[in-house]
Design a protein around this ligand. Sequence first.
Ligand SMILES: NC(=O)C1=CN([C@@H]2O[C@H](COP(=O)(O)OP(=O)(O)OC[C@H]3O[C@@H](n4cnc5c(N)ncnc54)[C@H](OP(=O)(O)O)[C@@H]3O)[C@@H](O)[C@H]2O)C=CC1
Ligand SMILES: [Fe+3]
Length: 379
Amino acid sequence: MKPDTMTMTALDSKQDTVCIFGTGDFGRSLGLRLLHAGYNVVYGSRNPKNSALLPKGAKVMPHEEASRTARVIFVAIHRENYDFLASLSPALEGKVLVDISNNLKKHQYTESNAEYLSMLVPGALVVKAFNTISAWSLQSGGLDANRQVLICGNHVDAKQVVVDIAHSLGLNAVDRGSLRVASELEDLPLQLFPLWRLPLRISAGLLGAFFLYVLIRDVVYARVVDNKDNSFRIMVSLANKVFPMVALVMLALCYLPGIIAAFLQLYNGTKYRRFPDWLDHWMLCRKQLGLLALAFAFLHVLYTLVIPIRYFVFYKRANIYISLIKENKTYEFKEMWAWRSDAYLSTGMLGFALFVLLGITSLPSVSNSLNWREFRFIQ
Ligand SMILES: NC(=O)C1=CN([C@@H]2O[C@H](COP(=O)(O)OP(=O)(O)OC[C@H]3O[C@@H](n4cnc5c(N)ncnc54)[C@H](OP(=O)(O)O)[C@@H]3O)[C@@H](O)[C@H]2O)C=CC1
Ligand SMILES: [Fe+3]
């Protein structure tokens, strides 16, 4: 019977055996999870005697012998070391080979690792899965990171077997299509914080532009026109002028696409038409824009709290006290400094309270946004 026409029943988690080739980090973490879920685990290794670090209850034997014990074999080996699998072709005929490998760079090879594996072992049913889950998150129960297992492959039944295993490990399986999608899945772990890139670039641009503006206005201009050296203000006072400006612009950028989208819907007379790509992309990163706005607002609060304790402020205040005493006056202190430092403190405190409140309310969305896509799992 040809492998792709074979039908397979789902594994019974309590009885069936799963084989793992490779006793490295991923192989060990996956084996542990499978054992906890009630599977028998058999490792295929080049060095079966050296099994001290393997989870208790797992067996270890040479690859060929191990492959005979199970229908499903996870290949927890780097692609560069796949060559030996070709010689195991007869033993792997009709087996479900799960390719979990990732690469160090995008487009490192012309074909995806899973397609390469299926060329090496044409008789096996290759399924790409689990490459977006890190060994660490498997070991820690998968609660901290995303629980999604993306799966692709050309054989529906083989994919179903892997879906069942993912489910019994408490993970959600998402079928992404045929093995052609494998290279896309292999690129996913290499994308670092994909939705944060644009907001981070915008905030860096705004930060640079506003900083240049206040630098020219407050330092360069004072130096050229009044011959005054204000450069000591760069680190705190100037930065504290820039942060709220960036925070406000980012906040506006966070709300603006929603308003544009609403107008577009009114203009189109329907909400079922697609937004233009630029708006779609902008809408998708609203959460990140808002969180960055919040971060800049927090920096503004911190700096505002720091300003009254600066040496320069103490010095200026002492000067005013002395001149007030000399002139036997009190109103200037009351009206100017008492008011100013109170204002600094009260805005600072108010801002801090607001930040804590906003922080607490946005915590669930922050934890949702930090899914596996935004962590980089390399090898
Ligand atoms: N670690 C992670 O978080 C993740 C890893 N992956 C993928 O899982 C795979 C394994 O990764 P990981 O466990 O971290 O790697 P390790 O280097 O920890 O383990 C790789 C294992 O492959 C086996 N191996 C090494 N060289 C050869 C060879 N020449 N021939 C046959 N077998 C060999 C060894 O097992 P033995 O000595 O028993 O033969 C070794 O323990 C990789 O493809 C990686 O991209 C995917 C997602 C996350
Ligand atoms: Fe302010």
